[in-house]
Write a protein that binds this ligand. Structure first.
Ligand SMILES: [Zn+2]
Length: 325
C-alpha cells in the first residue's frame, strides 16, 4: 500500500459510525426467479422482521437478537408474500439472511408480547444493542422493504408490479418495465475557515426542526445533474451565505430513513459572514476546535449546545477535523 492510501485508510476508519458495516454477500447479479425459494429452504436461513423503521428484537439477559427462523416470522405476523433476500452471511457458513415486514395489526399485537419487542433502528444503533455489522444489514432491510411498500405500481402504466430477483427489482407484467430500488444522495459537510488570526473554525448550525440545542454540520439533498462539489457549495451558500472554494470527499453513511446515502465532505470556506436561511436554521456559528471539544464533552443529552452522537457521520466529520494536525 502506498503512503497515500495508508494515510487515507487511517483517516477513514469509521468504527463508531452507524450502518456502514454490512458483511452480507448480496450477489444480486447472479440471482434468478428461483433464488428466494432456494434461499428460504436453506439450512440456517434467518429473518429480520421489521415494521417501518422498527425492528423485532428478543432479549436474553443483556443480549439482544434480531434474527428469527421462518416459523417464528410467520407466528409474529410477518407478511409472507413480501419476503426479500438481503444476502448470505460468510461468517455463518453462507446462511441466507432475509427480511420480512409486519402488518400494522401484527405490530400492534406485539405491544403486549413478553418475548418480542419492536425497537427503532435509530435507538438500536445509538444504544449499541446489536453488533455493528448487523446494523448495516438492517439498514439495507429497512430501505429495501420501504421501497417495495411504496412502489407497488408501475410508474409507466400503473399496473400492479411484482417482486423480482428475490427483492432486487420489481417487474411490471403488463408493459414489461423493470423498476430498481433507489438511493437518494445527500451531501453533508463541515465547512472550515482559517481566519486572519491563523485559527481554524468550523461552521455548525442549529436546525429549526431540532428540539435540543444540538449544533450540526449542514446537509441537503443533491439535485439532478449536479456534481458532489457543486451540491456542497450550493447547500452551504443557501443555508449560511458562506462561499466555498475547495471540496474534499471524506466518507459516506447509509441513512435508511428511508433510503439516503450521506456523502460526507470537508469544504474550504473563503468568506466568514453568516446569513442564515431561517426556514432551515435558527442559528449558525463558527466554532474553534476547543469550543467543539467542549461541546463533545457535554454529551448528547445536555441542555447546553452540543454536537451529534458519534453514531452519525456528522460527528465523524467533526472528529476528523479535530484529529487533523
Ligand atoms: Zn407497466
Amino acid at each position: 500500500m502506498s503512503d497515500f492510501f495508508a494515510t487515507q485508510h487511517a483517516m477513514i476508519a469509521m468504527d463508531h459510525v452507524g450502518y456502514v458495516h454490512n458483511r452480507l454477500d448480496r450477489d444480486t447479479e447472479h440471482r434468478t426467479e428461483d433464488s428466494l425459494q432456494e434461499m428460504m429452504v436453506q439450512n440456517g436461513s434467518r429473518y429480520f422482521v421489521l415494521h417501518g423503521d422498527k425492528v423485532l428484537l428478543s432479549q436474553r439477559g443483556t443480549r439482544y437478537n434480531a434474527l428469527v427462523c421462518e416459523r417464528r416470522a410467520k407466528e409474529v405476523g410477518g407478511l409472507m408474500d413480501r419476503i426479500i433476500l438481503l444476502g448470505t452471511d460468510p461468517a455463518e457458513r453462507n446462511a441466507p439472511r432475509l427480511a420480512i415486514p409486519l402488518s400494522d395489526d401484527a405490530a400492534a399485537a406485539l405491544e403486549d408480547d413478553k418475548e418480542y419487542e419492536l425497537w427503532s433502528l435509530r435507538a438500536i444503533g445509538t444504544k449499541g444493542l446489536l453488533p455493528a455489522d448487523q446494523l448495516g444489514a438492517l439498514a439495507q432491510a429497512r430501505s429495501l422493504l420501504h421501497w417495495h411498500e411504496t412502489h407497488q405500481f408501475c410508474a409507466q402504466c400503473g399496473a400492479k408490479t411484482a417482486i423480482a430477483l428475490a427483492g432486487a427489482r420489481r417487474d411490471c407484467p403488463t408493459c414489461s418495465a423493470q423498476h430498481f430500488p433507489r438511493t437518494d444522495p445527500v451531501v453533508i459537510m463541515l465547512a472550515i475557515h482559517k481566519a486572519e488570526d491563523g485559527i481554524e473554525r468550523c461552521l455548525l448550525g442549529h436546525h429549526t426542526r431540532s428540539e435540543t440545542p444540538m449544533y450540526s454540520t449542514l446537509a441537503g439533498f443533491m439535485e439532478q445533474g449536479e456534481t458532489l462539489e457543486a451540491a456542497v457549495r450550493r447547500e452551504i451558500y443557501e443555508e449560511s451565505g458562506i462561499e466555498i472554494k475547495a471540496v474534499r470527499y471524506a466518507g459516506s453513511q447509509p441513512w435508511p430513513f428511508p433510503s439516503s446515502l450521506m456523502l460526507g465532505c470537508y469544504a474550504e470556506a473563503v468568506s466568514s459572514d453568516i446569513y442564515i436561511d431561517e426556514a432551515e436554521l435558527s442559528d449558525a456559528r463558527w466554532f474553534t476546535k476547543n469550543e467543539v471539544r467542549e461541546m463533545i464533552s457535554r454529551g448528547t443529552d445536555s441542555d447546553l449546545p452540543h454536537v451529534p452522537h458519534r453514531f452519525s457521520i456528522a460527528a465523524w466529520l467533526i472528529q476528523g477535523w479535530l484529529d487533523e494536525n
